[in-house]
Design a protein around this ligand. Structure first.
Ligand code: ATP
Ligand code: ZN
Length: 768
């Protein structure tokens, strides 16, 4: 549904990206859409009383018969019990063994070293008593620990997945389908809550998420948009009933054969309930005849959405703080994540939700392997909801939300409501949420997300724990892009990645989007491609143009400028780039780099006169930028500006600087005489104009200097405050003076702000 919703709006390039991703992710041998589905298809849970439970993966290539690799087997260190396990077995806890008793008909529910009650506990209980560090728990418990397994009236989905993913030679596909159907009759409802530790001692070396669907990505979280249903009652959950809720972007298990195809079938339908329907669907899935609609990431940023705190780039403080809160059990009910777009707020909220419910004893959560993590990452957690801000502005929906919040979590410790774009919430909605905070149980957590903190009511700010997500540093972005390129098999120039990073304004998503598009243009991510895509001129081209301009090679300069503008370069962009380049040159940065053009430029233009020209050029470009805003004919203005760069205007000023101290300039407002001097004794001629200040560095005759000093003295004498007078006399000097010819006889010397500005050399203005 997500894909369908967006397909109308997507520009063609994005569509191409999506198509390409779909193709690139398809496994050539199985035609399966993701690595995970391949793993699931070939995975085999093996129970060994001495080793715990291990998951074996058959190598895909073996199926193709190409190289006959042996089975890959990895002990995930994932310990727990299955319904069909023997009643008693040894559980390997990584550091020793614990005797375990399994209850009858149990799922992955159990606990270690806890009273054998199965009632739900609230967050504080869990934090205080259940969440000891692994080592402490081990030494406390490992001798006499019994893993009491809570009875579930029926199986849970995870268990079913487990069973399903255990293909045996004997079991036919139809049997598998039958099995799945038979075990899905009572999904979740009345399931006994678990708060014990199941995934203890996880020892998987690879990313804990390697074996789970990347459903945490946006793409794997189909948008459940049942517009008509207001009631968000947990009792509605379940396959046969569809998802009767208004949640948006609730992660769903996108590759599950258990999920209905929202595009083919209505949410609530008699057909959908029928076993025959499921059997058909499941068989289709097994035979790879259907492809879950949202299984492939549509773009790089979806594919590489971080799934653990350690994958979150450039947000170490936030990550450490959130992890610390979890490990110390200091969980509050209202979090507010704010910061610029594309910096990881939504990703972090999902990771946080997963970590809150993760059953692992490891410090680094979410583990990605425990029951809760698998449920969450496969999009099947019933306890983490992403809520559409706009929708819950309707009062009926807010009520539904609180009704749902009032129900205990289905299988997890915490019920987490993630509300993205919370700045869109209306006043009443905010009030309802804030009022409910105290009354709701401690297992309910709201995570609000906004890029615009100013739009969040003060009352909400003061009640929340705020986490700021700053812009991501260019270096971090470039490193992340490099990793993505490596994983995607994209060849790249490091300079191009650095360049993309610098153009993405601290947003990793923006950078990934650019990379995504570039990956469609060619095999290698190069500067040239990046320039082409982003629509800017390379530094070398700019230097070439500037060289022609400064060298007064007018005809070639015009030809070159036209060429550049013909190649779809926006004139405004060119002006901005030229100005930036000049600033770099003045700052001495241009010598860096070794391109031929750079060398040529620095050889040709290293005199003091050139530097003066460049300074002057900056002013011309700044004026031209203003002209651009008023004029439609930007190309002409750009050419004029370039010609002015090459004109002798600045050098003629230089040649005259010994005798020119006063210049009359005409502007729209009238005639002004402007005289300026800098604090270091050198003087500026200021040609006054209505909108800009144009000082030219000049020498100045002593009589002018004396006159300025005398005016300055008389002016400061008028100052009534002694301290200000002293300060101005000591620290200031008159840098410029404009005399309006029409009112020169009556001009005053009062100390206005403008005068002070002129005095302090900040921005000389007219002195009337
Ligand atoms: N800090 C980060 N670490 C890793 N990836 C990130 C980070 N920030 C953004 N990304 C990338 O950008 C994508 C979007 O990130 P996410 O949705 O978390 O950002 P956001 O801050 O919530 O943006 P928005 O405010 O627009 O919703 C992710 O899928 C991921 O690929
Ligand atoms: Zn976990």
């Amino acid at each position: 549904m997500d894909g369908r919703r967006h397909s109308v709006d997507l520009p063609i390039s994005r569509t191409l990206v999506a198509l390409r991703r779909v193709r690139s992710l398809r496994d050539p041998s199985t035609n399966s859409m993701s690595k995970f589905s391949a793993l699931v298809d070939t995975g085999n849970w093996e129970i060994d009383s001495s080793k715990g439970i291990s998951l074996q993966f058959k190598n895909d290539r073996q199926e193709g018969g190409s190289d006959g690799d042996a089975l890959r087997s990895k002990n995930l260190g994932f310990y727990g019990l299955r319904e069909d396990c023997v009643d008693d077995f040894e559980l390997n806890c990584g550091m020793g063994k614990s005797k375990l008793n399994s209850g009858k008909n149990t799922g992955w529910v159990g606990k270690t070293g806890l009273p054998s009650k199965t009632k739900q506990v609230d967050g504080s209980d869990y934090c205080a008593s259940n969440y000891k560090p692994l080592s402490e728990r081990y030494f406390d418990d490992h001798e006499d620990t019994e893993l009491d397994l809570a009875c579930t009236p029926s199986s849970n989905r995870f268990e079913d997945l487990d069973k399903y993913t255990e293909p045996t030679v004997e079991s036919s596909r139809a049997e598998q389908a039958d099995h799945i159907i038979s075990t899905q009759k009572f999904p979740y409802k009345n399931q006994v809550k678990s708060f014990g530790v199941v995934g203890d001692g996880v020892s998987c070396e690879a990313s804990p998420h390697a074996s789970v669907s990347d459903a945490i990505s946006g793409h794997s979280a189909p948008l459940l948009e049942n517009e008509e249903v207001d009631d968000v009652d947990d009792s509605h959950y379940g396959l046969g009933h569809g998802i009767s809720c208004c949640w948006l972007r609730t992660p769903k298990f996108r590759e599950s054969y258990l999920s209905y195809d929202a595009e083919e079938h209505p949410l609530v339908s008699g057909d959908v309930d029928s076993p025959a329907f499921y059997k058909k669907r499941i068989l289709k899935h097994i035979n790879n005849e259907i492809t879950p609609y949202s299984e492939a990431p549509r773009c790089l940023s979806e594919k590489f959405r971080p799934k653990s705190f350690s994958e979150l780039v450039g947000q170490n403080v936030v990550a450490r703080s959130l992890l610390g809160a979890i490990s110390k059990g200091k969980i509050t009910s209202f979090y507010l994540f704010h910061g610029p777009r594309g910096t990881g707020k939504t990703s972090a909220s999902r990771i946080f939700a997963a970590a809150l419910n993760c059953l692992s004893m490891e410090e680094h959560k979410p583990c990605g392997l425990c029951r809760e993590c698998v449920l969450f990452f496969s999009g099947r957690s019933m306890d983490v909801k992403e809520v559409d801000s706009v929708r819950i502005n309707r009062i009926t929906r807010v009520r539904s939300l609180f009704k749902s919040a009032a129900n205990p979590p289905v299988s997890s410790r915490f019920k987490v409501f993630i509300i993205d774009e919370c700045q869109l919430l209306r006043g009443e909605t905010w009030a309802a949420v804030l009022n409910s905070l105290d009354s709701l149980s401690q297992h309910v957590i709201f995570v609000m997300i906004t890029p615009d903190l100013d739009s969040v009511p003060r009352s909400a700010l003061s009640r929340s724990q705020r986490y700021h997500f700053p812009k991501i540093k260019d270096l971090d972005i470039a490193n992340r892009l490099e990793k993505i390129c490596t994983q995607e098999g994209l060849d790249f120039d490091q300079a191009a990645l650095n360049f993309i990073a610098s153009k993405s304004n601290g947003s990793l998503r923006d950078a990934e989007m650019i990379l995504d598009q570039l990956s469609l243009l060619g095999k290698k991510i190069t500067m040239a491609l990046a320039y082409e895509l982003i629509g800017i001129v390379s530094d070398d081209d700019l230097l070439d143009l500037l060289d022609l301009a400064l060298s007064s090679d007018t005809s070639n300069m015009v030809i070159r400028a036209r060429e550049l503008m013909r190649s779809r370069i926006d004139p405004m962009q060119l002006i901005i780039q030229l100005a930036n380049l000049i600033m770099d040159i003045l700052a001495g940065k241009c010598q860096e780099g070794s391109s031929e053009v750079r060398r040529k430029f620095s050889t040709n233009h290293n005199s003091e006169v050139d530097i003066q020209k460049l300074r002057h050029g900056l002013k011309i470009l700044s004026e031209t930028e203003k002209q651009f805003r008023l004029s439609k004919n930007q190309t002409t203005w750009l050419t004029v500006a370039l010609l002015r760069l090459s004109s002798t205007e600045s050098s003629s000023l230089d040649s005259n600087d010994s005798n020119l101290c006063l210049k009359r300039a005409q502007d729209q407002d009238g005639d002004f005489c402007t005289l300026s001097a800098t604090g270091d004794g050198s003087k500026h001629l200021v040609t006054s104009s209505s909108d800009d200040y144009k000082p030219h560095k000049l020498g100045i005759q002593d009589d002018c200097k004396g006159e300025l000093e005398s005016i300055w003295k008389r002016t400061t004498d008028l100052c009534q405050s002694e301290s200000l007078k002293n300060f101005l006399k000591k620290q200031g000097n008159l840098s410029s003076l404009c005399v309006n010819q029409e009112c020169s006889g009556s001009h005053t010397h009062s100390l206005t702000m403008e005068v002070i500005q002129a005095i302090l050399n900040t921005r000389p203005r007219r002195l009337l």
